[in-house]
Design a protein around this ligand. Structure first.
Ligand code: CA
Length: 198
């Protein structure tokens, strides 16, 4: 990376951190030459999660990709939590799956598992590579559809959509290794100024 690009990236990261603090966004960026861009995961809500305490649970989500690990905040006593929280992963190897784990927070004992899922971002990246012209694509255009199957954790069709001049993918993930529970996400992409690999 050139010194100028590095400086732009550092400035951009600092700006993002400030914004992140204001919005309560968890933010991890590693300054590496092979960084493709940033994936912003909007963690919207959980649906019908399992009881792990006496009558309810205190759920939070963890996302893992390679060595990166991000967490949402804990929502206490809620089986249908609404996080509405943005988590940002730096993407270097787009072939790595992203793991989602849901836990029940406990103060005095180890946190209990509430299911897991994974998803891949290839369809999302393929839509980004179309480099659509905002002036010609109508808002709401569906760019790709991913159907639920045995090999993914989708509980309904997931659409990659052109929305407000951005490529966005909605996902409803069915949690595995648990009796019930779904997590709703929305994927966004953030290009790194000066470096356009996608
Ligand atoms: Ca608990």
């Amino acid at each position: 990376m050139t010194a100028a690009a590095n400086s732009r990236l550092r400035h951009w990261v600092a700006t993002g951190r400030r914004e992140g603090g204001r919005e309560g966004v968890s933010f991890v960026v590693r300054l590496m030459d092979n960084l493709l861009g940033l994936l912003r995961i909007r963690v919207k809500r959980g649906i019908n999660l399992v009881v792990r305490d006496f009558r309810s649970s205190d759920p939070y989500c963890v996302f893992k990709m390679g060595e990166q690990r991000l967490k949402t905040h804990i929502i206490y006593g809620e089986l249908n939590p609404e996080w509405d929280e943005d988590l940002t992963l730096s993407i270097e190897d787009p072939d790595l799956p992203i793991e989602l784990l849901v836990f029940d927070h406990d103060t005095f004992t180890r946190d209990d598992e509430m299911g897991d899922a994974d998803f891949d971002i290839q369809p999302f990246l393929e839509a980004l590579k179309m480099h659509l012209d905002p002036h010609t694509v109508p808002n709401g255009t569906i760019l790709k559809r991913v159907e639920p199957s045995r090999s993914n954790c989708l509980s309904e069709e997931s659409c990659v959509t052109w929305k407000d001049d951005q490529v966005v993918q909605n996902m409803l993930l069915r949690l595995r290794n648990v009796e019930s529970g779904e997590i709703e996400l929305e994927l966004h992409w953030i290009d790194i100024p000066g470096d356009h690999h996608i």
